[in-house]
Design a protein around this ligand. Structure first.
Ligand SMILES: [Zn+2]
Length: 674
């Protein structure tokens, strides 16, 4: 068979030969590589020798390298440059790969051998990295029920099956309730306050539905600006209520029963696997480690941020009073916050953009990486890409090859929205050869047009630095095992490098070094820089409380606090009362549309947004103390980045910082400490 993916790539650095890919090859290659992998697994389980780290764990780790490259290439293209063929193919390939994954984690014979190694190996005979790999592998089986009796296993499968149905139904209800609602206005007076672009979009929405007037919906691009700008308080209230009652009304899409069932099944599942609660189960594989740590973390921040949030709301109350509003309500928040923001900062995104050409921002990220980690980026024209707009850089460390970086900046039909970092090839070492990673950053920044280069908003500048931070985590990887390499770390640790890099965007000297007007070559005026820095903390107290309330709610559900017959509205109100600064409206609740935790992967994990902020602020504070490009500090951070998941993240952090992370730096940065 002449299938590209089954052969060695004869390209520089064995990079993906994108231009020679025949998309018809993906499926047969994946099927064949899975068969190959299965045979290799059989060879492990059929081995008559006693199980050892080498003949079991190491053998298992080395299986499926080619399959990984083929599958990641497929899914990366599916995200960045898809077409009808790839869309159809994804529907076929996804279940095939899920089944293959299950074939491994549910393979009892394989587990028996892994368990034998786990039980019989003296950890001191292994390196730290080897032990982490073994532990991770062992848990990938036991957390899926490998230690349970046959009967219990069936129970577990039944729970999983019911859960996947329930979470699907949860998100379908939210989607349905979001889509079905619309607010139609026919009197232009009621649009007062709205920017023209929002009015136009609302008009187009109405036309699409063959209606007169303007139509607003619960989708973010419509809902958020309406609450922010619409002068009509009654209409704001109407739209707010529709959102706050989403999936909580007396109809078939009410999620209250789903929540009860999901929460109780998750608890049952956790107990079956030997954990006290679902949160204990989830947090076993997180840096935070256990529910007590997370509750302490959230409550501590709550106590510290609350006085600041109260002050912010009082300021808004004063402004609202001038409009004759005695009792400010949740549907007034965004409106008065926007008024205050305009009064205080009035930063025009459009006016700033000429100072942030993509070229100069990218160059700044290169400069920072060189100063910090000694990396240089060499553009290569001889390496194939999947689109003309994609660039490739060879990354060098003191002149030595360190990896490849693909960059794909602009939106195209066939690229999904957002920004992300991914990899085509992972980093690992085998037989003294260091296989270097091939990393990619994909964004959706405006493309150049005519004489105008691609210009970024300030928030896109931070996005570029964010994704660059993830990319550095991948590029600097220096581990033996691919499963522990680069960004293969605990979930509440993975945003440290990315958010860390964002900090550089707020450093005055550094910012002014690259914020240069692309036409006049003038530097961004200092007062604008001051405004950017100051406005980054706008309403930070309130925002913090909001994030904490979601985190606390999530933790309460997943540590068994919800009574069997307890109403969601009451439970929610009581759980987050300490973090609420506005009156709650009767008949509303957030939980029924809290898809992050009930339909997405964030259960007992919502806290990690704030957790990661604490980490990045604390890490960056160390740089600020010693100099933001201090070589010794940078070297320590480089070590942390290079180790990926080969050590416990808390240990890695302590080795870098000399102590555990502390929240003070975040509070100072956010202006929440006097
Ligand atoms: Zn990220």
């Amino acid at each position: 068979m002449n299938n590209l993916f089954l052969k060695e790539f004869e390209t520089p650095f064995q990079s993906i030969p994108f231009q020679n890919i025949n998309q018809e090859d993906f499926k047969p290659a994946i099927l064949e590589l899975i068969e190959e992998a299965k045979k290799e697994i059989e060879a492990i389980t059929n081995n008559s020798e006693p199980a050892t780290f080498e003949n079991t764990q190491l053998a298992l780790e080395n299986i499926g390298k080619k399959l990984n490259v083929t599958a990641t290439t497929f899914f990366n293209l599916h995200s960045a440059e898809t077409n009808d063929f790839l869309e159809t193919l994804a529907q076929e390939i996804s279940p095939i790969l899920t089944e293959y994954g299950n074939d491994i984690t549910l393979n009892q014979a394989l587990f028996e051998r892994v368990k034998a190694v786990f039980d019989n190996t003296d950890p001191s005979s292994l390196t730290k990295e080897e032990f982490r790999l073994l532990d991770k592998t062992y848990k990938s089986f036991t957390r899926n029920g490998a230690l349970l009796s046959e009967e219990q296993k069936q129970e577990l499968r039944a729970i999983d099956k019911e859960l996947s149905g329930l979470t699907l139904s949860f998100s379908q209800n939210v989607l349905q309730e979001t889509n079905v609602y619309s607010l139609r206005l026919t009197d232009e007076k009621e649009l007062s306050g709205l920017p023209d672009s929002i009015k136009t979009a609302a008009r187009e929405e109405a036309q699409k539905r063959e209606l007169e007037g303007w139509v607003f919906t619960l989708h973010h691009p419509s809902y958020v600006p309406f609450l922010k700008y619409a002068d009509s308080r009654d209409r704001r209230k109407e739209l707010y209520l529709a959102s706050a009652q989403k999936a909580f009304k007396d109809n078939e899409y009410n999620n209250e029963k789903n929540i009860h069932r999901i929460v109780s099944l998750r608890e049952e599942r956790a107990k079956l696997l030997g954990f006290a609660t679902h949160a204990d189960f989830v947090l076993e594989e997180r840096m935070a480690g256990n529910p007590v740590t997370v509750f302490d973390f959230l409550n501590d921040l709550l106590q510290k941020a609350k006085p600041f949030a109260e002050k912010e709301i009082n300021t808004l109350k004063e402004i609202a009073q001038k409009d004759g509003i005695d009792q400010i309500m949740p549907y007034d928040h965004a409106y008065y916050a926007e008024k205050l923001r305009k009064e205080k900062y009035d930063i025009s995104e459009e006016a700033l953009k000429p100072y942030f050409s993509l070229t100069s921002v990218l160059e700044a990220a290169f400069v920072a990486s060189e100063k910090l980690f000694g990396l240089t980026f060499n553009k290569r024209e001889d390496i194939q890409t999947y689109h003309d707009e994609v660039d490739v850089y060879e990354v060098l460390e003191n002149g030595k090859h360190k990896g490849l970086l693909y960059t794909d900046w602009h939106p195209r039909e066939g690229k999904r929205a957002g920004a992300w970092m991914t990899s085509y090839k992972g980093q690992y070492k085998e037989n003294n050869k260091d296989h270097r990673p091939h990393i990619s950053i994909v964004c959706n920044f405006a493309r150049p047009s005519g004489d105008t280069p691609s210009l970024l908003t300030f928030s896109e500048v931070t996005t570029l630095f964010h994704e660059f931070g993830h990319a550095l985590h991948g590029i600097l990887a220096d581990t033996i095992f691919e499963s522990l390499s680069g960004t293969s770390v605990y979930w509440d640790f993975v945003e440290l490098p990315s958010q860390f890099m964002e900090n550089y965007c707020y450093q005055k000297d550094f910012l002014s070094s690259f914020a240069i007007h692309y036409q006049t070559k003038e530097a961004l005026p200092e007062e604008e820089i001051d405004k950017i820095v100051a406005s980054s903390n706008f309403m930070e107290g309130y925002q913090t409380l909001r994030q904490l309330s979601f985190g606390l709610l999530d933790m309460a559900y997943h540590t068994g606090k919800l009574g069997k017959e307890e109403g969601i509205e009451k439970f929610e109100k009581e759980t987050i009362s300490a973090s609420q600064l506005y009156p709650t409206l009767a008949g509303t609740a957030q939980s029924p549309s809290f898809a992050h935790i009930f339909a997405g992967g964030y259960s007992a994990g919502y806290y990690s947004y704030k957790w990661a902020e604490v980490l990045d602020a604390d890490a960056f504070a160390y740089f600020k103390e010693t100099g933001i490009f201090n070589p010794d500090t940078a070297q320590k951070f480089k070590t942390l980045l290079s180790k990926g998941g080969t050590e416990d993240p808390m240990e890695l952090y302590i080795n870098f910082r000399g102590r555990k992370p502390e929240a003070d730096a975040l509070l100072i940065r956010a202006g929440l400490q006097s």
